[in-house]
Design a protein around this ligand. Sequence first.
Ligand SMILES: Cc1ncc(COP(=O)(O)O)c(C=O)c1O
Length: 485
Amino acid sequence: MKIPQKGMSKEEILKTLKNYKGHDLDWKSGRVFGYIYDPGEKVHDVINDAYTLYLAENGLDPLSFPSLLRLENEVVSMTANLLDCDHEVVGNFSSGGTESLILAVKTSRDYARATRPQIKEPEMVLPITAHASLFKAAHYLGLKPVVTPVHDNTFLADVAAMRDAITDNTILLVCSAPGYAHGVVDPITEIAALAKENGLLCHVDACVGGIHLTYMRRLGYDVPDFNLNVPGVTSLSVDLHKYGYAAKGASIVLYKNKELRKFQIWACSRWTGYTVINPAVTSSKSGGPMAAAWAVLKYIGDDGYMKIVADVMQATQNLIEGIAHIDGLKVLGQPSMCMFALASTNEKINVYRLADKMKVKGWYLQPQFARENSPSNLHVSMNRSTAPRAKSFLKAFEETVAEMKREEVDQETRDLQAELKKLALNFDEETFFKLAEMAGVTGVEPPENMEKINMLLEALPYDVSEFMLTEYLNNMMLLGQGAEQ
Ligand SMILES: Cc1ncc(COP(=O)(O)O)c(C=O)c1O
């Protein structure tokens, strides 16, 4: 595609963009259990206005746009107060959970460089349930991720295994509140104590849970301690664009004190251009996400969040109870908040096929692969907009499971995984294409039916599936790709 010779009209542009959206997930239906945290039309309007008011302002330089500095300080302060932080706690706004985690890992790396310069190959210890973006942070920043198991059935981090994983090179322990996959809060008090005992930093990834869990606690739910008041916790990330219902591009990373946060900041005056001083990864950035996050906290307010969380939790409990009565499905572990994973207890129920069938009926669930002691499962994240659909969602589940039980087991698909595993043993380029074809991937368009692809990716060794995913994306994003207008 080329830039049009003559500019298009606004009407034409917006019409085209709306058409582009045609195949996207229909999140406004309240049937999408991941990706979207929809605060509803009224809040959305406020977000929209605040965002566009600050669309062009540049967060690059707080001296030129002091209102952005003020907004950042106020958003951090509102978040830190919500999380009951003491006055020494400091923090910054970032573009999302991934950026907050990269910042926390960078801070710990640079803190270790300053305080333990003998460490040449720093390591971070993290349970297998820690979010993928922590592996990404380790990869970007040159840390070795040392992965520890979680307990059978509860999916709680195994603290003894974390203890055993600590070496002279360890600089950071990580835990989640909760981990995304199963929605279970790790034993943070114990992990933080372990960090303290060993003179290590401890990051709590509360990206998805920080806000929701805090309101649950206020509502009287039994929520394990997870915030910066837990002795030994040194940093914490909390996303506003998840259960804060802010527009995408909004997260906060908090530190115990400013002596530690210092290692997050990047300054550069050694080049020929303007002075750079960045608290976060990005440099130039729209003020939109920050203004919108500020606006959403102010607009929904404490009472509003309490009501949302109360409703979402009620719906989640009903849903979990309902699923317990469906023969063939089970919820994994004991979810701490409004997100959970469900697995099959019946050989006729392949969860990936279940997800495909539910998608045809308009319900979107995220497949999660079997890893270590966690079986193949589907992820459900409830939020304000899906909560009112819990009953019809449950009904769709019941019907689909009953339908699957009536169907013959597809032997070919059943055997596929074993065959894939065998093929993957001698992996080369030829095998790559063969595997992709077996899974139904012929071009770059994913097939409607994802069951076989999910089985393929699940069956392959991590390095092979990661290679395949990289190849796939690399091919999907080619010059000239996309419909010619
Ligand atoms: C626990 C946890 N940490 C980090 C992230 C990454 O956040 P983001 O997608 O905003 O980068 C997520 C995303 O779901 C998450 O659940």
